[in-house]
Design a protein. Structure first.
Length: 109
């Protein structure tokens, strides 16, 4: 008996119509990836991902959203730098890219 057995779909299973039907079950791309990764990957390979995800809501902030002020205001919501890094990861990463971690770290002292 094998330790892990996965129900693998046969080659060619993910047709565009099956992918569309599967994608309709999800509201976001993240939930689509987590719930049906093989369908998501097939959509990428067939270059139809944007078409099958058109009904999904976008959870990503627009480019340029994380200004210095917004990053600092987001950081102030947390008690420790570790909490900020874990729970406010998008703002933390933006602060890291802007070389603001020393400024942010002062908020927690």
């Amino acid at each position: 008996m094998k330790r892990f057995e996965y129900a693998r779909k046969p080659d060619g299973y993910w047709t565009p119509s099956r992918i569309r039907k599967e994608a309709k079950k999800y509201k976001t791309r993240t939930s689509f990836i987590k719930g049906a990764s093989s369908a998501y990957n097939a959509a990428r390979e067939l270059e139809i991902l944007d078409k099958v995800c058109v009904h999904m809501i976008t959870t990503q902030k627009p480019k340029g959203y994380w200004t210095k002020d917004r990053i600092i205001n987001e950081a102030k919501k947390y008690k420790t730098l570790a909490d900020f890094r874990r729970e406010g990861s998008a703002a933390y990463k933006a602060g890291y890219r802007r070389d603001m971690l020393s400024t942010i770290n002062k908020l927690f002292k």
